[in-house]
Design a protein around this ligand. Structure first.
Ligand code: RIB
Length: 281
């Protein structure tokens, strides 16, 4: 029976491998794991809490060295049984608030503020924010950042909430935006998949981007820059997130009996300006 942490396998359990953001996190974790002679298995919970529980149970049985986790269930219920395995875990991208495990994330309040400030500075006064479900701290924080800027500006904000953070939900949001009166002249989306869906819907409707509608995304995945109209996006350093989370987990599962201090690592986002927004007022 392997003692917890003696396996050479590190597991990464993410929300959605259909989102390149998580693939970049996996790449970062792999780079760090390989440097340590470890292997990474990547599991996809597909935003489903029951799949998350099932994967955690399998990983406990396999006595993996540790788990990097981007939790679906941020209430922590999914982790209750897993904790009994005493296998170390580190949160990446989002965390269970009450859990004291180490975590690596990005300051999403600043991220939302960066997007909103760029739209105000380029002259927009009718701005929409297409957000994901409020159960996710990321979405709440990005919205808080948007409001911190727009509340202090002359711009009017309309918030549209989607149930998923994916391209299809972005296309649905585009249809809703086209029906609004007055129609916003700019839209900030809670991630790049939503923004790519909005862009797809607008191009299909013959709306000129950015002249009739400016679009800003979030994450800066590889496809943001390669989009039909290259997307302005708030970059999350996904690979660095993956590397940092793997480094924390390796430190917490090392040879020494001394368990290092839990750490909360927060990276700063940056705005990457491209053709989907205007450069000047
Ligand atoms: O999981 C959906 C989103 O949350 C990703 O696009 C990334 O922004 C993460 O923080």
């Amino acid at each position: 029976q392997l003692r917890a942490g003696r396996s050479r396998i590190m597991a990464l359990l993410v929300l959605d491998l259909g989102n390149p953001f998580f693939v970049d996190i996996a790449r970062g974790a792999e780079e760090t794991a390989q440097d340590e002679g470890l292997h990474v298995i990547t599991c996809d919970s597909g935003h489903q809490a029951e799949r998350e529980v099932s994967y955690l149970s399998m990983l406990a049985e396999q006595r993996v060295r540790g788990v990097l986790l981007s939790p679906v269930d941020t209430s922590g219920a999914a982790l209750e049984t897993f904790r009994r395995s005493e296998i170390p875990y580190v949160f990446v991208d989002r965390r269970v608030p009450a859990d004291e495990a180490s975590s690596v994330s990005v300051d999403d309040v600043t991220g939302g503020a960066l997007a909103a400030r760029h739209l105000v500075e380029t002259g927009h006064t009718e701005i929409a924010f297409v957000n994901g479900p409020a159960i996710l701290a990321q979405c709440r924080d990005r919205e808080a950042g948007v409001r911190s800027v727009l509340d202090a500006s002359a711009a009017r904000l309309s918030v549209l909430e989607t149930s998923e953070l994916d391209v299809a939900s972005g296309r649905d949001a585009a249809a809703r935006l086209l029906g609004m009166s007055p129609r916003p002249t700019a839209v900030f989306c809670a991630n790049d998949l939503l923004a790519l869906g909005v862009l797809q819907g607008m191009v299909a409707a013959g709306v000129r981007v950015p002249d009739e509608l400016a679009i800003v995304g979030y994450d800066d995945i590889e496809f943001a820059g390669a989009a039909a109209v290259p997307l302005t996006s708030v970059r999350q350093p996904a690979r660095r997130l993956g590397k940092a989370a793997a480094e924390l987990l390796i430190a917490e599962t090392g040879e020494s009996e001394r368990v290092p201090e839990r750490q909360t690592v927060v990276f700063e986002p940056e705005l990457v300006v491209r053709a989907s927004t205007r450069l000047t007022r």
